[in-house]
Design a protein around this ligand. Sequence first.
Ligand SMILES: NC(=O)c1ccc[n+]([C@@H]2O[C@H](COP(=O)([O-])OP(=O)(O)OC[C@H]3O[C@@H](n4cnc5c(N)ncnc54)[C@H](OP(=O)(O)O)[C@@H]3O)[C@@H](O)[C@H]2O)c1
Length: 232
Amino acid sequence: MGHDAKSEKTKRVCIVGASGKLGRYMIEHALERGYEVVGVCRASSVGKLSEVADRITIVPGATNDPDVIAEAVAGCDAVLTVLVPYGVRDYSSGTAQAVMDHAPEHARLIFSCGWHITRDGEDEYSRMFLAIVAVAGWLARLFRYVDLDDQVEACRRIFASDRRWTVVRGSDLEEGPSQGLPAWSSHVQDPILANNMTRRTDFALFMVAAIEDDALIQKAPAISGVSGSSEP
Ligand SMILES: NC(=O)c1ccc[n+]([C@@H]2O[C@H](COP(=O)([O-])OP(=O)(O)OC[C@H]3O[C@@H](n4cnc5c(N)ncnc54)[C@H](OP(=O)(O)O)[C@@H]3O)[C@@H](O)[C@H]2O)c1
């Protein structure tokens, strides 16, 4: 005994925002673990998934479209969502809401965002960090490019939900080969995160590993790679 029938089945995992950089790394890690993968991306971005098109199911459409998400998450055991607040039409909160409304009850729901999101207000940021977020956020909204407040709203709704969620808060990101699973802490000022740099592939690795890590349920881990960016 011990294992129920469900845990022995291949897990079906939906990746929302599959065609972006983080999404494509998540597809790689999920396939490596033997998961069945369903990817959601804008119709215009389907071509970015050509290398894996024969190994995954692709559902084209806007990630905040409830019908698109309902189709994609049906039968999934986990949904990994790239939260990016593009435009000024509540794209991020709409995406999070659609996932929470339609994912099966038992599913692990794992969302990505940045360090600027705080769950309990106990994160301590440098003045430089706060200034960058304020200025970049203001400029991005002015040009109707990105609405950081909408990512905050998306996370507020996730934190308030009783679903089996994890919000993974990424440090600064860089490309490069894996350095292994990033360190994490509940608050960004933890010295373990002092490096403030994560390889994008390892951010994706953390998101995929969280599917099996029940200790991360209803947590908002801030993550950072453990060694510096000078690695090859
Ligand atoms: N970039 C950073 O330095 C940084 C730092 C910390 C945390 N994060 C977090 O990491 C995650 C991934 O960020 P990333 O910068 O690496 O981006 P990314 O993985 O390249 O993902 C960008 C996503 O946004 C979509 N997108 C782009 N333009 C869009 C538009 N006009 N309308 C709708 N969707 C659009 C992309 O879809 P298409 O393929 O269709 O374009 C893709 O799914 C995010 O949750 C972010 O908050 C990023």
